[in-house]
Design a binder for this molecule. Structure first.
Ligand code: BES
Ligand code: MN
Ligand code: ZN
Length: 497
């Protein structure tokens, strides 16, 4: 996809179609007015007939327009003028791209009226256009044999209007938005794969392939023997019930001042979570193929920092295992010794994410990181607490958590700061080991975070529980690509770009 910015002269832009906004009162938004006069009042005549309401979600393609270089116009509902802002604009843009994708239109000028500058500046204008075009055109990598989707004709998007002084910012935004959407697509592709394809070994191979693609990336994939050498007893306890071998992946990006302490991202990569001996109910268990979404988000973020050559050091750690019941599986009451040396009584084998993450977080220590952020579909309790709109953000450093929350607001990929005070850790007491891996139903997302907190003392650490946000069920079942936009914004900001 080719992206450009336009500043003025909508009527003379050399594109197939202009995308215009219409408010609910049936009034053409500002950019539409100029197109209307160029076309000799044709657009207003159409609207006067009352065939188009301007409600959000509605689009109408007009053809054979004269007086403009573009011969087509897509009227796009912007909803009510009063509530028009970042959110409704973003949504309308998505609807417009969906409508365009069903046609043979190869190039468009986006000329929807822009939300107020304090809501969307020139950089985020470009960023959102780049992102929305990419995410709207995303197609699930399904394995259907006789239903190949038609290729999308759209090749070029020219976005505006942008005043002269803002062109550079908008262009940078477009480039970043494109990078964010292709990173999110990578997350979605990986997470949407079935667990018989996307195994820990597969994730290791994909990490190697990614490192081949970018010179700034280096990769190391630890196999079971190497993981044993690292004494990752908790990770191995989860993995031992499966025929699939575990992998521990280390991806490193270095550019610019590469001696500075790195940001370390840690991803939960449970390629399938049956619950183990503490077996899950069958209903909806297929969704546990998404239990590697954290790992996929780390892979996606590493691809983004490499693609944008962010001048910083970023390390991605992925703990990849499959959680299965079997004659070799770990049993409730078994005690494992973590790489940190602390012992854990595994009271529930379905609380496996924290077990693999505690060993991964301990591995992060060797890099003396500036910050460590783990990303995990960790608890059903987080879905109960926050639903599907916010990821849960926890940590032992409020500034770092706030930094992530703010990145989420800017990226329209929001997270909510959850409490993590010391009293929650009391629920993890065990009579037989240093801790139990579960702390009862109450505050389940927080006690899971508190467990990780036991292994991150002295680190600047935050934890994103994305169980409710990384994928969706129902008719639209599939990966959402979250929280890659949040992580991308966090990293781009840290890099000072
Ligand atoms: N992968 C699940 C968490 C999950 C649940 C993600 C629902 C997405 C949707 C995790 O490994 C898990 O099973 N957690 C348990 C913890 C419990 C045993 C303390 C849970 O949430 O039920
Ligand atoms: Mn589980
Ligand atoms: Zn899990």
């Amino acid at each position: 996809m080719q992206f450009e910015v336009w500043a003025k002269g909508l009527a003379t832009l050399n594109v197939d179609c202009v995308v215009l906004g219409v408010f609910e009162d049936g009034e053409l938004a500002e950019e539409g007015q100029s197109a209307d006069s160029a076309s000799g009042g044709y657009l207003k005549k159409v609207l006067a007939r009352g065939d188009f309401s301007g409600r959000s979600g509605e689009t109408l393609l007009l053809t054979d327009i004269s007086g403009m270089t573009a011969t087509r116009a897509l009227l796009t509902g912007l909803g009510s003028r009063k509530s028009f802002g970042r959110k409704s604009w973003r949504r309308s843009l998505g609807h417009a791209i969906t409508a365009i994708s069903k046609t043979r239109i190869a190039s468009i000028a986006v000329a929807l009226d822009r939300p107020p500058a304090k809501e969307v500046d020139d950089y985020y204008f470009g960023r959102i256009v780049g992102e929305v075009v990419g995410s709207t055109l995303y197609r699930v990598n399904d394995l259907k044999t006789n239903k190949k989707p038609k290729a999308v004709a759209l090749q070029k998007v020219v976005a505006g209007p942008v005043r002269k002084a803002g062109i550079e910012d908008a262009e940078r935004g477009l480039a970043h938005g494109q990078a964010v959407s292709s990173a999110a697509s990578l997350q979605r592709d990986l997470a949407n794969l079935p667990a018989n394809v996307c195994t820990p070994t597969y994730l290791g191979d994909q990490a190697r392939a990614l490192a081949k693609q970018y010179t700034s990336l280096r990769v190391q994939v630890l196999d079971e023997a190497a993981i044993k050498k690292e004494k990752m007893g908790c990770l191995l306890a989860v993995s031992q019930g499966s025929h699939e071998a575990p992998r521990f992946i280390v991806l490193e990006h270095r550019a610019g001042k590469s001696d500075s302490p790195p940001v370390v991202l840690v991803g939960k990569g449970v390629t399938f979570d049956t619950g183990g001996i503490s077996l899950k109910d069958p209903g909806g268990m297929d969704e546990m193929k998404f239990d590697m979404s954290g790992a996929a988000a780390v892979m996606a973020s590493m691809s983004l920092v490499a693609k944008l050559r962010l001048p910083m050091r970023v390390i991605g750690l992925i703990a990849a295992v499959e959680n299965m019941p079997s004659g070799h599986a770990v049993k409730p009451g078994d005690i494992a010794t973590s790489a940190a040396g602390l012992t854990v009584e595994i009271l529930n084998t379905d609380a496996e994410g924290r077990l693999i993450l505690c060993d991964a977080l301990n591995y992060a220590r060797r890099f003396s990181p500036a910050a460590v952020v783990d990303i995990a579909t960790l608890t059903g309790a987080c879905v109960i607490a926050l639903g599907h709109h916010h990821s849960g953000a926890f940590g032992n450093n409020d500034d770092l958590v706030r930094e992530l929350v703010e990145a989420g607001v800017r990226a329209d990929d929001r997270a909510w700061h959850m409490p993590l005070t010391e009293e929650y850790a009391d629920q993890l007491k065990s009579n037989f080991a240093d801790f139990a891996n579960v702390g009862g139903r109450e505050g389940g997302a927080i006690t899971a975070a508190a467990f990780l907190g036991k292994f991150t003392q002295g680190l600047k650490w935050a934890h994103l529980d994305v169980a409710g946000t990384a994928y969706q069920g129902g008719a639209q079942k599939g990966s959402t690509g979250r929280p890659t936009p949040l992580l991308a914004d966090f990293l781009i900001h840290r890099a000072g770009l």
